[in-house]
Write a protein that binds this ligand. Structure first.
Ligand code: ZN
Ligand code: ZN
Length: 463
């Protein structure tokens, strides 16, 4: 048994707001305890775990669901003699959530600027709910939850010392301030309420962990009902992405919320009474279904750019081929799994349109031709000379038919235009830097700043 029988030098602070949707996160609790005792968070963990020298590398190592967290939690509860510390973690969901369910929120801080502005060391704390990125507004102040410094745009890594948490780690600017309210779709209000509900379930003292069979149970129920009725495409694509996580039996928060939306039930019903949740799905509500495909981390701009470019490409002029999905993703530097998870409708819509344009062997030729065309455009400013010049190179080097060479060259040109327009609209530093390296400064682009000019170009595009 670890150090529990030792006399310890830690103050037995209570975890704040146990049992409520605003419960303190254990990650913050450890930082607060360490600060009160004048030691580091790692020292607190070392005390709890005995001789081992633990290294706190992420918040999810304390609040879950990373693999180490349950051991740490039990040791901390024993050391501090407080069996309710688990209320500040996702312990209740430890068999349901994937290890990466928190995504970047497991390593990066999110905060409400107004909560930080009202900070008082006697009573304030960071709630567990902030670590779920689906929560977009502070439930107290109804302003946006933030995750970068307002002055220098730096992301704030966790873990962090208690006294440094309210200041930018790079430029020392205060993270507190007047809240902002960005425009957002209506259904995100509902998601916010479900985040609070899920935290309330986790924060309930004595709540048993949810059994790991939940996913299978829910999914079989859903499939049974779906087989009997026609399903709209948005739902079908969502069911595909839910099915992909089925093998492991574990889910992300996003999947949990989408299941609730599909079934028309609250997260509490879904978790605590899965039978009830799957018995009678509200299929009639599905016409208004929105899958939760928003990402508030770094990929947000890339997802927006991806959706925009896909829409442009699908509205391509006649006789232009569609770029292979992987080449499109690579151009935007977007991971395929992230695209599938965050923008399932766009991803599957584009992928099936791409596949529909040619049979298997022709698709290989098209891919080969696109690789040549891409190289041509890398060395050639847009609009410089007729497209037939590119088509000739593609024909010679790609070993494809004239028709393929021409349609691929048009397709690649269209892709370059859409990509540049997306850059101008969804300018994101990583994306912009990449484009700079690839194609020179965006100022030179023909389509700067508006989506409508893409449409205008189309009419002058006749080759
Ligand atoms: Zn707040
Ligand atoms: Zn800063």
């Amino acid at each position: 048994m670890p150090n529990a029988s030792y006399w310890i030098a830690l103050p037995p602070l209570p975890l704040r707001e146990v049992g409520s949707a605003f419960v303190e996160s254990l990650e913050h609790y450890v930082a607060r305890t360490a600060w009160t005792a004048g030691i580091s968070g790692n020292a607190v963990l070392s005390m709890a775990l005995g001789s081992q020298t633990p290294c706190l590398t992420s918040a999810s190592g304390l609040i879950g669901p990373s693999p180490l967290f349950a051991t740490r939690l039990v040791a901390l509860e024993r050391l501090i003699r407080n069996p309710n510390l688990r209320c500040g973690t996702f312990y209740v969901l430890k068999d349901v959530l994937t290890g990466s369910a928190l995504g970047k929120c497991g390593t990066q801080q999110r905060w409400c600027p107004e909560c930080l502005a009202d900070w008082d060391c006697q009573n304030s704390y960071e709630p567990l709910a902030w670590s779920i990125d689906a929560l977009t507004r502070c439930p107290m102040h109804n302003c946006d939850i933030e995750n970068v410094c307002r002055r220098c745009d730096a992301i704030q890594q966790l873990p962090c010392l208690y006294e440094r948490r309210r200041f930018c780690r790079r430029c020392n600017y205060s993270l507190a301030g007047l809240g902002r309210q960005s425009r957002r779709p209506e259904y995100l209000h509902w998601i916010d309420s479900q985040v609070q509900e899920i935290v309330r379930v986790c924060a309930t003292p004595g709540q048993e962990p949810i059994a790991s069979g939940l996913h299978d149970e829910l999914f079989s129920g859903l499939l049974r009902s779906a087989r009997r009725r026609a399903i709209p495409p948005a739902i079908r694509s969502e069911m595909h992405s839910i099915e992909r996580t089925r093998k492991s039996g574990k889910m992300t928060f996003r999947t949990l919320f989408n299941l609730c939306a599909l079934q028309g039930v609250s997260i509490r019903t879904l978790l605590l009474s899965p039978d009830e949740a799957t018995s009678e799905p509200m299929f009639d509500y599905w016409s208004g279904f929105h899958s939760l495909n928003c990402d508030y981390g770094r990929s947000k701009a890339k997802i927006e750019a991806f959706s925009y470019v896909c829409a442009c490409l699908l509205a391509r002029p006649e006789g232009a081929a569609l770029v292979p999905t992987m080449m499109l993703l690579r151009a935007i530097k977007l991971n395929r799994d992230v695209a599938r998870d965050r923008a399932p409708e766009t991803y599957h819509g584009y992928e099936s349109a791409y596949r529909a344009q040619a049979s298997g062997s022709n698709r290989l030729a098209i891919e080969r031709a696109f690789r040549v065309a891409k190289r041509c455009f890398a060395n050639r400013p847009l609009g410089n000379g007729p497209i037939i010049e590119v088509a000739q190179v593609v024909y010679n080097q790609g070993n494809v038919s004239c028709e393929i060479a021409l349609s691929v060259s048009r397709g690649q040109e269209w892709m370059e235009r859409a990509y540049r327009a997306a850059l101008a609209m969804h300018g994101h530093s990583a994306l912009a830097e990449h484009a700079w390296m690839r194609m020179g400064p965006p100022e030179r682009t023909a389509l700067r700043g508006s989506g409508s000019s893409v449409q205008d170009e189309r009419t002058t595009e006749a080759v």
